[in-house]
Design a binder for this molecule. Sequence first.
Ligand code: ASP
Length: 344
Amino acid sequence: MQMKTKILLIYTGGTIGMEKDYETQSLKPLDFDNLLGHIPELKLIDSEIKYTSFEKPIDSSDIGPEHWIRLARIIEQNYTDYDGFVILHGTDTMAYSASMLSFMLDGLKKPVIFTGSQLPVGDLRTDAKENLITSIHFASLWGDGRPLVREVCIYFEYRLLRANRTTKINAENFDAFASPNYPDLGESGIRLDLRKDLLWDCDDASEFSVNTLLDTRLGLMKIFPGMTRAYIEAQLNAPGIRVLIIEAFGSGNIFTYNWLNELLKRKAGEGLIFVINTQCAGGMVSIGQYETSGIFKEIRAVNGYDLTTEASVAKTIYLLGQGSTGEEFRKAYETNLRGEMTKA
Ligand code: ASP
């Protein structure tokens, strides 16, 4: 560890800082001072911790592009002054925000660790303290004169995960996140165990910069047997969308109705980009492996390989924001930009 690392703690809201409203009995976000008051242990940590907060903390269901931009700007403005960043965020959309930030922060060479909790910090059985304190410890790990973690992560329930590989899998268990297609980057036991061989190896020569141009003109369609033609047509004809991510069966398969093939060809001809993901929790898309994915080959759909839904949405918003279209979009999408995909 460096002499004394400087960590910026950013509070956006989420269960970690919530309290039950007396009248409605629903959980709602508290202000930051209240949250910090519950964790006096922060003063004992051997890092210099500074705090900042969204003016109005929110439930992460309300997170959107303007919040991602705000987070990216906070990191940009404080990048040289701090060794690492810990973001307190609701768990519901944490995997989306963390994936998004992984694309927005280009040439990142410091840790940005998202965490939160399943029980509010004021609850006797809360998971908030361990999650927060260990996130700060992981963000403070130092070696060879630099932070050891140099990417965006989620730390939750003793596991450090690559942000853009995560998905929320449980609304009740403390172990709320999975990283189905990439191993854990670290584990908290008696010691903090960091799998250095798995960390993202960023290019030392690249300058840190922040991309805040985001474009959300995309759709996401999960298919199921028996889907009506009217519903599919409505999704494919949604006005203004530039990209439609299809969560297909297995290795990227879809039902073979003639009308659907014709519709896919027509929309692709009009310039709509199709990205094919699998709706399986693990494994990857392999277009052409079965006859039932042949249409995707024909319309030159983009292969989403083993991207999570969250990373797939984030990557699309990021690439559309960069003005990427057509072949350029496909090439960039099928490239592993931040460790988010495994390519065969
Ligand atoms: N609804 C909460 C949120 O995402 C859930 C949580 O924080 O765990 O903000």
